[in-house]
Design a protein around this ligand. Sequence first.
Ligand code: SAM
Length: 214
Amino acid sequence: MRKSDKYIPALGREWLTPLYDPLIRWAIPEAKLKTRLVDQAHIEAGHRVLDLGCGTGTLAILVKQVCPQSGVGGLDGDPKILEIARGKAERARVRIAFDLGMAIELPYPDNIFDHVLSSFVLHHLTTENKARTFKEDYRVLQPGGQLRFLDLGRPHGAYAVLISRILRRFEETLDNLQGRLPDMIRDAGFHQVDEPERRTTVFGTISLYTGRKP
Ligand SMILES: C[S@@+](CC[C@H](N)C(=O)[O-])C[C@H]1O[C@@H](n2cnc3c(N)ncnc32)[C@H](O)[C@@H]1O
């Protein structure tokens, strides 16, 4: 595996992972952002949903709570964070299949999911791996299936522009900050690509991106 293909842990260093949930809750309106994402997905009973780069499983658990009759899976490259996710799901009394795997090579057959959801994962990937990930998302979605994710977007407003000057030094964040994600989603074959919402946070502009497999 090339160095660029290895996952970057949630907070950049493995020893910081146990702090991820409290830190993210403190830093951004996590519950609000994830609830909007799930509400807009209109997930129905029987739908199969993947939380890509699920981390501690917050989004996957929310999906299962909002639509208990859906089938929810979470995938992450980090075995330690998956252990946290499994514990949280157990305490929340929801059944979710958490799989170890890489976004660039999903361990699932073609056309299996109705929704691929994701939050704050794309800015962990190099340009090449973002393109590979979008192609994998497309492959595992059924025709008509939806991709929907939250991540750093093109900065809007003075504060976001200022923060972006620091963040844009990394290859993994540059595509986001240059507003290239919609074109990359289209290049993978998705239609109806949109950025229906954005919000300013301490990390700058967080955008919600959507696309549909024709
Ligand atoms: C910032 S955390 C976000 C976690 C979660 N989605 C959330 O919203 O709280 C990014 C997650 O992406 C995972 N990740 C990074 N690169 C990955 C890759 N190439 N394949 C799978 N997971 C990856 C990390 O292990 C981490 O759990």
